[in-house]
Design a protein around this ligand. Structure first.
Ligand code: DGL
Length: 274
């Protein structure tokens, strides 16, 4: 098989990365995609970087066995868990959501005050501070971990009074810091855009790394001569590490008709599902 005909491999701890999958399918409708949601071990946010790194490498090994032509780390927690040194073991291009999100945030800010919200492991890692510094832009980053947001999204609750009250508390320091841009540093958070925008107010730009990542996926495939050329519609597989349940339900709701039929636990015997 020609290399360009192989699928893109993508993963997240759960349904959050489907926001990235949606954006990639919209921009690259002819590409095949294999998406893995590690629903059995979600959330990653409260875990240690070492543990998240181990999960991420286990999943990427399995995706590479599916003969993917590119890996997209659609999970900030995984991308910030010190993976860099380990990535040389794969001979396919690897993109994560952090760089595209930071570049979009830096381009969007007008007053140089950017907020970053993410899970505990991501915020603790300082990966966003490093990525912002690497751009050389004169911006100040105010970071806030929002641990309970993932829990709400995985329950399918994106509008209740409960999630709004939690958002008011989490986002107060960002409002105090007068940020004019907020990077959604967790791929679950775009599903809470309504609540987050409501609390932050209209003038604040919310940056979802999903669209920015999809743009970079296109550019990288194009530069590496890996774009699917046949013009046929892409085939999409959605795989979870737990049994039938929220993954299928939320997948259909959050991703739409392309979600199709999810596969549950096909690799369970190959994984350390603690
Ligand atoms: N969606 C993931 C992220 O982008 C993490 C959610 C979690 O499992 O805590 O960080």
């Amino acid at each position: 098989m020609d290399k360009s005909e192989r699928p893109i491999g993508m993963f997240d701890s759960g349904v959050g990365g489907l926001t990235v999958a949606r954006a990639v399918i919209d921009l690259l409708p002819h590409e095949d995609l294999v998406y893995f949601g590690d629903t059995a071990r979600c959330p990653y946010g409260p875990r240690s970087s070492e543990e998240v790194k181990r999960f991420a490498l286990e999943i990427m090994d399995l995706l590479v066995e599916q003969d993917v032509k590119m890996l997209v780390i659609a999970c900030n927690a995984a991308a910030s868990s010190g993976l860099d040194d380990a990535l040389s073991r794969y001979d396919v291009p690897i993109l994560s959501v952090i760089g595209p999100g930071v570049r979009a945030g830096v381009a969007a800010t007008r007053n140089g005050h950017i907020g970053l919200i993410g899970t505990e492991v991501t915020v603790r890692s300082g990966a966003y501070d490093d990525a912002v510094r690497a751009t050389g832009a004169p911006v100040t980053l105010t970071s806030r971990a929002c641990p309970r947001f993932v829990e709400f999204v995985e329950r399918g609750d994106t509008t209740s009074d409960g999630v709004l009250a939690v958002a008011e508390t989490y986002l107060a320091p960002l409002k105090e810091a007068e940020v004019d841009t907020v990077i959604l540093g967790c791929t679950h958070y775009p599903l809470l855009t309504g609540v987050i925008q409501y609390v932050m107010g209209e003038g604040v730009v919310l940056v979802s790394s999903a669209e920015a990542t999809a743009v970079e996926v296109f550019a990288r495939l194009r530069d590496d001569d890996l774009l699917e050329q046949s013009g046929r519609p892409g085939a999409h597989r959605f795989i979870s590490s737990s049994e039938e349940g929220i993954f299928s339900e939320l997948g259909r709701r959050f991703l739409g008709p392309e979600f199709g039929k999810a596969e549950h636990m096909p690799w369970a015997d190959r994984m350390d599902l603690v």
